[in-house]
Design a protein around this ligand. Structure first.
Ligand code: GLU
Length: 438
């Protein structure tokens, strides 16, 4: 039934579903929507509606630098689809932040929240900047000015930001304080990923990494593989990759390689993560470069992606596995820790080669799952112990994996297509139930 026709009786315009030609991540996000729409036989008008964000805000931010100069920064907040609840999604600081990229990431958040069945819509924000060149005080002024600029969109029932690339609990504390100051009221539930001492949730900091390991272990269990017989390589040793590596090691897997921006390290017998942590704690820049251990060899990020391992976890940035290197991936399965680490071309190559891919909207949803728990705790003013958070995370991730895996089997599609079909179906259902206003 036509979503518009069902309400207004107007005929659908011809060629309703022609997406504007866009490149990169947005094109990939739209292509995935197209696949799900076709599988669901989605009404063309509803499909067209979902290709566009509900609201995009561009803000220009004057920031006084430490030397007294005024520098202008550009930021965005994009709300893709709020049919299922308040908008939810992180804020990233990176030189590559653009409106188009933010639209793609907001759309991905809509599907991610729906796959794990959270009562949230998808949003994303960001500021184009190189945070490595900013001092702590400059970062704070930038964050507070950005928060002021997007403030009209933000609130516990409107839109709830969280950390993403190059932002963390400290950034969220500044955001929460700025919102509270503007509103003259505590804005605890307006931001998640806050420090535990400021209304944050226990378990949030490691939630994305923990969730990656939970779904990967489900995949192993389904395939009859044992964690003890599983080798893992993790690209990205930041908030996500680091927690994932530790979670895999705790589960008995052999973490044989890790890498960050400075390069990586490989040890076929498995890395001693405690030894690695001791090195990082002392390293002046906190990076892996220069780490040595008996039997360990230094490797590049490119080499890590091509190691013969059971599980490969790209947990750094977008497009790491692409048409250039997908043929050289030798993992049994790839678990997407980052958002969009595989291009669409790479995805097709891996599918053809029979390499299983656990997609980002399922694999890295642990972060937003615990963000939801944080939001619930903030709103009720009562906080849970770590065990309760861990159990809730485990329950939601295993349920989501089982749901996606069932769709993949029923329809004979990849896990990525299955996750998109499940998510788009849930979002479309909410839109149908609400109808189109006015
Ligand atoms: N930035 C994270 C993501 O991409 C977390 C978002 C959130 O917690 O709202 O999933």
């Amino acid at each position: 039934m036509s979503i518009v026709k069902s309400v207004s009786g107007n005929p659908a315009p011809a060629a309703a579903v022609v997406s504007a030609p866009v490149a990169g991540h947005l094109a990939d996000a739209r292509a995935l929507l197209d696949v799900a729409a076709e599988a669901l036989d989605l009404d063309p008008e509803l499909h067209e509606l979902l290709t566009r964000p509900e609201r995009s805000l561009t803000v220009n931010l004057p920031v006084v630098m430490d030397d007294g100069r005024l520098e202008m920064f550009t930021g965005f907040r994009v709300q893709h689809c709020g049919a299922r609840g308040p908008f939810k999604g992180g804020i990233r600081y990176h030189p590559s932040v653009s409106l188009e990229e933010t639209v793609a990431l907001a759309m991905v958040m809509t599907w991610k929240c729906a796959v794990v069945d959270l009562p949230f819509g998808g949003a994303k924000g960001g500021v184009r900047c190189d945070p490595r060149r900013l001092s702590r005080t400059e970062l704070e002024r930038l964050t507070r000015r950005y928060t002021l600029a997007i403030h009209p969109l933000i609130g516990p029932q409107r839109d709830v930001p969280a950390p993403d690339v190059n932002t963390d609990a400290r950034t969220m504390a500044w955001m929460m304080d700025t919102l509270s100051t503007i509103e003259g009221a505590s804005a605890l539930a307006s931001v998640t990923g806050k420090p535990v001492g400021l209304g944050g949730s226990l378990g949030r900091a490691s939630a994305t990494g923990d969730g990656i390991a939970i779904v990967a272990l489900e995949l192993l269990r389904e395939a009859g593989r044992r964690p003890e017989a599983t080798s893992v390589a993790v690209q990205g040793f930041g908030k996500v990759g680091r927690a994932a590596a530790h979670a895999f090691a705790r589960a008995g897997c052999r973490v044989v390689a890790v890498a960050d921006v400075s390069g990586g390290v490989h040890r076929a017998e498995g890395l001693d993560l405690a030894d690695l942590e001791r090195y990082l704690a002392e390293a002046p820049n906190g990076l892996l470069a220069g780490y040595t251990a008996p039997g360990a060899e230094a490797i590049s990020n490119e080499t890590l992606l091509e190691l013969p391992v059971d599980l490969l976890v790209p947990a750094a940035l977008e497009g790491q596995i692409n048409g250039e290197n997908a043929d050289r991936v030798r993992a049994w399965a790839v678990v997407e820790g980052a958002n969009g680490p595989l291009t669409r071309e790479a995805d097709a190559i891996l599918a053809r080669r029979g390499i299983t891919v656990v997609p980002d909207i399922l694999a890295n949803a642990g972060g937003v799952v615990v963000s939801h728990l944080e939001w619930v705790q903030d709103r009720q003013g009562l906080f849970w112990d770590e065990q309760r958070v861990d159990e809730a995370l485990h329950h939601r991730m295993t349920k989501a994996f089982a749901d996606v895996s069932a769709v993949a089997r029923e329809r004979n599609v990849t896990l990525r297509e299955a996750a998109a079909i499940l998510a788009v179906g849930r979002v479309a259902e909410a839109i149908r139930l609400r109808g189109i206003y006015p």
